[in-house]
Design a protein around this ligand. Sequence first.
Ligand SMILES: Cc1cc2nc3c(=O)[nH]c(=O)nc-3n(C[C@H](O)[C@H](O)[C@H](O)COP(=O)(O)OP(=O)(O)OC[C@H]3O[C@@H](n4cnc5c(N)ncnc54)[C@H](O)[C@@H]3O)c2cc1C
Length: 281
Amino acid sequence: MIPAAFEYCAPDSLSEAVGLLAEGGEDAKPLAGGHSLIPLMKLRLAFPTLLVDLRRVPGLAGVSRTDGEFVIGAMTTHSVVEHSPELGLLSRAAGTIADPQVRHRGTIAGSLVHGDPASDLPAVLLAAEGSLTASGPNGERSIAAADLFQDYMETSVAPDEIVTEVRMPALDGWGFGYQKFNRRAEDWAMVAVSALVLARDGVCEDVRVGLTNMGSTPLRARAVEDALRGQPLEAANVAAAAEHADEGTNPVGDLNATADYKRHLARVMCRRALQEAVGAG
Ligand SMILES: Cc1cc2nc3c(=O)[nH]c(=O)nc-3n(C[C@H](O)[C@H](O)[C@H](O)COP(=O)(O)OP(=O)(O)OC[C@H]3O[C@@H](n4cnc5c(N)ncnc54)[C@H](O)[C@@H]3O)c2cc1C
């Protein structure tokens, strides 16, 4: 439980942080809440030689709204997101992460860059079609959620980049639902489903569904979306669409659930999340 030796620095500006990360090379890592990185280091599954602590970098936390989208600073904690109800689905999902201690330390960018398919926020970003802004030695770039999650705990944020903000479309008028299944209240999801539904006159005008822990990355349930889009939002149509939730998924069996049980959970949680979204719309 003792990590390998590493250097530590806590720069006061973003440019300094980017410079230090570049100097440190591939084995340097940004440190945010430390609630994923530090346990990995203690288990000796990660061996960064330099940690660049982002805590003192100004301007990286807070929630604001510009035209049609929310901008959430990278260092915004899960607790702040949870208590920002205007963020809708994202706020709902953040409130299900672990316990208050973890939510007061863990950050939105830390969770997204960590890229654990069992984490709550990645599938929400995917379903909402949000994006990240990352700063590196060559300047700033935007990374769409669809391009972010590459493989198990692997994202397209480069080792020399620092995420500065997360952008989420406001999705005004969309209903949302979040259903997470775990054995104990504070555990990671065995399976979770994020649902967003835009209804007009009782008909599904548009729908987006994200799946947590149903493969090596968070996934979109496109077959569910295709089945429900354009249909009257009646219980039977919602239930029939949800039956497609495990199509194209590849869940891994673990101590909590077999792959087949996860597929079953995905269908059930999807139906419940869609029903919740239809009711909340
Ligand atoms: C007991 C426990 C229970 C948990 N349960 C859940 C749960 O139910 N659901 C859930 O979703 N999560 C859960 N988590 C994880 C928690 O949400 C973490 O806080 C989160 O995954 C990582 O955020 P962090 O700020 O702690 O990041 P860190 O641990 O500091 O960093 C994680 C990774 O992201 C990188 N990184 C961090 N910030 C940036 C940035 N701005 N730019 C570039 N790279 C960056 C780091 O270099 C590192 O690779 C749990 C954690 C613990 C300890």
